[in-house]
Design a protein around this ligand. Structure first.
Ligand SMILES: Cc1cc2nc3c(=O)[nH]c(=O)nc-3n(C[C@H](O)[C@H](O)[C@H](O)COP(=O)(O)O)c2cc1C
Length: 580
């Protein structure tokens, strides 16, 4: 169902929220960045994404508002059956197109669908912030907006945002059966991880080669635009933050083909620079960057490129992450995650193969001897990245698309942008081979830079060893927190509680003074370098300097001494909330 500007399907709890005004220091920093003045002195007040708290802060604690842990939650399928009938054809993943996925999101109550939003007033951006603050990072629904006001003009979308935010949505993408999709998002994430586990072979995600289809079987070829017919400004590509340099394709899977290095698919933001020109932003060191630089060094003048918008969820996940080593075939990885091949079709102007069921493909050439300014852009930590003087760009030669192509916008630094279960399940499987006692791990995207590792500790030193392994696994792992197996790593309140109750800063902490970091980390004094901390918040054994006697956990005592208490409350759960 679609309404005017009021959302349908998902009740939004809570009332009016305080508004916030930018601090002058923050505004000054933004102005400096927009004028390209760099480096910018870090603002001393709140982040320049001013107003709200940093991502993930300020909303209700995870898990609050939903059913308690361990309670299954009402299957949405049953809940909505009274009002709606799940439409014919709606199914769980794998999905060939994001259209099928959006139908399933809507049928399971994980989508807010509105007729229009005014992006000149940054309405979609503020909505995504508020949805996360009010409903929670893992529960906030996806957003579908039929038309969007951009630069004073109403542009037909749809625009699709927070596309992979809710954990139930992730479970759908991975293929958890529709009738098992519930409002218990934590349980949904665990099911998504288990579903990926079942697909993993010894070498990680098995590869299934893509399958070429004829053009007439490729919906992405339904509309073909060439030369002057192309005007990218007519599509619902939005400026997400007022401090951004302009409108962006934030979710383009950039595909390049190189005679030596092979093929690469990577999600890199692409600024709309004109009707037929876009920026292409692989950061230094990325596979796409290495490919362009290699071609340039060989003396080539241009690099052909196809940018895919709205690929199916598994292609987009493979494009956005490093599931395998460098220059692995992302289409084959996506096929492995899907359990069946991705259907591909040849680009108009090159031999680059693109997903046949995508929403849109923008084709063109990247000149290798020319660069243009790009940015600033509100980046993944929730802070404004610096403007760049010199960046790659592409001259567009062809655009192919479905009728009314859906434009997926990532609300970078605000919401989750892709399915994380394939990454975390892959990590977990690899670490289990090398980290004794590893139970689980979780990378906090809403608090970027923080990894949580859970172990079943049996020997002294295991906490620190596990922490060191996780710390050295990624530039992102600036803070690693190691917890015991009885701590729920998806409940940040439980993880934080171990700081007070189990962790002793000495000896449970290791500081690493300098190592490779993520260049976008706004706290790094030198771009690309970071210090790190490992916090061993497991119970310390006497050999580690811990107490001779470990006090029992009172919740565990309740479970052991009154085993019927939780089952009784769970059984009566709904009745507590029913008015007599
Ligand atoms: C929404 C979104 C936007 C991204 N934007 C960029 C970007 O502009 N530049 C970049 O280097 N990486 C970006 N990334 C991260 C890369 O997609 C990711 O590191 C991927 O593994 C790159 O592919 P590659 O390993 O083949 O280079 C983005 C990821 C997402 C999910």
């Amino acid at each position: 169902m679609t309404t005017g500007s009021s959302p349908t399907n998902v009740p939004i709890p809570g009332g009016a929220l305080p508004s916030a005004t930018p601090t002058s220091a923050a505004v000054q920093a933004v102005q400096n960045m927009m004028s390209g003045a760099a480096p910018v002195a870090p603002p001393t007040g709140p982040p320049v994404s001013v107003g709200g708290p940093p991502p993930g802060v300020g909303g209700p604690p995870p898990g609050v508002g939903g059913p308690p842990p361990g309670v299954g939650g009402t299957p949405l399928h049953d809940q909505i059956a009274a009002e709606y009938v799940v439409p014919e054809g709606v199914h769980t993943g794998p999905y060939d197109s994001i259209r099928e996925y959006i139908e399933a999101l809507e049928a399971t109550g994980n989508l807010v669908h509105v007729a229009e939003m005014d992006q000149d007033e940054y309405e979609t951006t503020a909505f995504v912030y508020r949805a996360i603050e009010q409903i929670g990072y893992w529960k906030a629904p996806a957003l579908l907006v039929d038309r969007v006001k951009i630069n004073g003009e109403w542009i037909e979308g749809p625009l699709f945002g927070n596309a992979y935010g809710p954990w139930a949505a992730e479970a759908l993408c991975i293929g958890v059966p529709l009738e098992e999709i519930t409002t218990n998002h934590e349980q949904m994430y665990r099911k998504a991880l288990d579903a990926v586990d079942k697909k993993l072979g010894f070498g990680g995600i098995p590869k299934i080669a893509p399958e070429e289809v004829e053009r007439d079987k490729a919906p992405v070829k339904e509309v073909i635009l060439k030369g002057d017919e192309i005007d990218l400004t007519k599509f619902a590509f939005v400026q997400t933050n007022p401090a951004d340099a302009g409108r962006y394709m934030t979710t383009g899977s950039v595909i390049m083909l190189d005679s030596v290095l092979g093929k690469n698919v990577g999600t890199y933001r692409c600024q709309i620079k004109g009707p037929r020109q876009i920026g292409v932003n692989p950061e230094p060191g990325q596979d796409g960057w290495r490919m362009i630089m290699a071609a340039k060094q060989r003396g080539e003048k241009t690099m052909k490129c196809s940018v895919v918008m709205g690929a199916d969820p598994m292609v987009f996940t493979a494009s956005s992450t490093k599931l395998g080593g460098p220059f692995q075939d992302e289409m084959a990885q996506a096929g492995g995650l899907r359990g069946r091949p991705v259907q591909i079709v040849k680009s108009e102007d090159s031999d680059i193969m693109v997903p046949a069921h995508a929403e849109m493909v923008i084709e063109g050439e990247i000149p290798l001897d020319e660069l243009l300014p790009e940015g600033p852009f509100a980046e993944l930590y929730g802070y404004l990245g610096m403007a760049k003087d010199d960046n790659f760009f592409m001259n567009v030669t062809s655009v192919t698309h479905r009728p009314k192509p859906i434009i997926v916008n990532a609300y970078t630094g605000i919401a989750r942008a892709y399915c994380t279960a394939p990454v975390e399940a892959g990590f977990r499987a690899r670490f289990r081979l090398s980290v004794p006692g590893l139970v689980n791990m979780h990378i906090l995207l809403q608090a970027l830079g923080v990894y949580i590792v859970q172990i079943d500790k049996t020997k002294p030193g295991q906490g620190i060893s596990a922490g060191m392994a996780a710390s050295s696994s990624s530039g992102l792992a600036k803070v690693v927190i190691v917890v015991d197996k009885d701590v729920n790593i998806y409940r940040l309140d439980e993880v934080m509680a171990t700081f007070g109750s189990r962790w002793q800063p000495v000896p449970g902490t290791i500081l690493i003074k300098q190592s490779e970091g993520v260049p976008l980390d706004p706290s790094a004094p030198t771009r690309g370098l970071t210090s790190r901390i490992i916090i061993d918040a497991t119970r310390q054994l006497p050999q580690e300097g811990g107490p001779a006697f470990n006090a029992p956990v009172t919740r565990t005592l309740l479970e052991e001494m009154a085993p019927d208490a939780f089952p009784k409350v769970d059984a009566k759960w709904d009745s507590y909330f029913t008015k007599n």
